[in-house]
Design a protein around this ligand. Structure first.
Ligand SMILES: Nc1ncnc2c1ncn2[C@@H]1O[C@H](COP(=O)(O)OP(=O)(O)OP(=O)(O)O)[C@@H](O)[C@H]1O
Length: 275
């Protein structure tokens, strides 16, 4: 299936979402051009081209198994596109953080040790022990878990564990945060709370975070959080459509009442039906 990219924003006069001042002066953070990828005989991605901007919150929606996680792994350079495909980054190559659906914490390490762990890894250690501790403490504070720093994962709720995973990613000061269904395993109440917490962190001047790319299965979550939503087609996946979310920021509880929310959800539902 050849996917046709529909940038609804172009020519519609719709208000551009959230953090951008105007579409014309957006700076690219990550750019994928003609990226295809196969695992053996199975083609997963088909000619994906996508520009992701600085100061943007972008969500990726698509059918199960279409290749959304694979797309994130390409951006993280864990995978390479097949010949002809290209991934480029802003000139000041952004540091990229990653949060997975499951928090993947080391059970024998405390909350703060889990956050410090990746900061001390790698051949070129970026941080001294003291710096790593300071960074980890700062990140714990950002997610409001400073009082739980010596707790072990089994002593924390699912939502708290995921906040530790987010703190772990933020501790390395990423400019771009890739999130693979980060709230998918949480109950509705915790999920909504963490949605708004993440938006607060993204908007906060206390983090270096500029761009968030979030894979989600929830249409509602994608609309309440994003500036744009990328709808992927079934495998081999291409970009089916890019839908802007003309909701004002800051996003708040109760914005589901906004006509733009309702319209965008309706548009996405219609598109999902036709995939
Ligand atoms: N390392 C791998 N080796 C072989 N096949 C793989 C590998 N990783 C992913 N796949 C296959 O690629 C396809 C896309 O997987 P991917 O996890 O990217 O999809 P997804 O859209 O994120 O799925 P879901 O929404 O269910 O999480 C699937 O058919 C999967 O089986």
């Amino acid at each position: 299936m050849t996917s046709q990219v529909i940038e609804m924003q172009a020519g519609t006069g719709q208000q551009f979402g959230g953090n951008q001042s105007s579409p014309a002066n957006r700076e690219i953070a990550v750019s994928l051009k003609n990226c295809s990828l196969s695992f053996g005989e199975v083609q997963v991605l088909n000619n994906v081209s996508l520009d992701i901007y600085k100061n943007e919150f972008l969500s990726i929606l698509g059918p199960s198994g279409c290749g959304k996680s694979t797309l994130l792994r390409l951006m993280l350079e864990l995978l390479k596109p097949s010949e002809g495909g290209e991934i480029s980054y802003s000139s000041d190559k952004p540091s990229i953080g990653m949060v997975f659906q499951k928090p993947v914490l080391m059970p024998w390490l405390s909350a703060i040790q889990n956050i410090e762990l990746p900061l001390g890894l790698g051949e070129k250690k970026k941080f001294t022990k003291k710096e790593a501790r300071e960074k980890a403490e700062g990140a714990l504070q950002l997610v409001g878990l400073q009082d739980f720093k010596n707790h072990f994962p089994h002593q924390l709720s699912g939502g708290m564990q995921q906040r530790i995973a987010i703190a772990r990613a933020l501790a390395a000061d990423p400019a771009v945060l890739l999130m693979d269904e980060p709230f998918g395993a949480l109950d509705e109440f915790t999920r909504e709370k963490l949605n708004f917490e993440l938006l607060r962190l993204w908007e906060s001047p206390d983090t270096s975070l500029s761009t968030v790319v979030m894979v989600t299965h929830s249409i509602q979550e994608s609309v309440i959080m994003s500036d744009r939503i990328v709808m992927m087609s079934p495998r081999p996946a291409g970009v089916e459509a890019i839908i802007p979310v003309p909701l004002p920021r800051p996003r708040e509880v109760g914005m589901e009442e906004h006509p733009a929310y309702y319209q965008t959800v309706k548009e996405l539902r219609k598109r999902v039906k036709h995939l």
